[in-house]
Design a protein around this ligand. Sequence first.
Ligand code: TYC
Length: 130
Amino acid sequence: MFTKVTASKSVKADSGGESGDDSGDDSGDSGNQSGTQTLVRPKAEAKEPSFYKVILLNDDFTPMDFVVHVLQKFFLKTMDDANKIMMQVHMQGSGVAGTFTHEIAETKVYVVNDYARKSKHPLKCVMEKE
Ligand code: TYC
């Protein structure tokens, strides 16, 4: 992919009346009668997004049912998958609820922590680069 850059040699903004390079100039320096030059430079390639794990942390007080409910409500897990993830967190201390781009992971962390806090449970959710 290339970007067209027009660089003016003079301070004059427009010599008037000319649109496009119809000067018949095949010299290769891309010059024309208006004193402008068209430079072509490679455009920066689009970067692939990084992914982030959204992780639930264990605690001693949040009810298991609430964690299962959170996994279904915010991570669209089936009852079966939600139970497996909840038990993984309960037994191992943490577990992955899902993997997302940075902005989505940040939003999931925010809404889950906010929901837990408003429900008066200490459940915590964090994100970690994959
Ligand atoms: N350990 C909690 C209990 O025994 C259950 C629990 C599971 C809490 C997962 C948080 O992310 C969590 N009630």
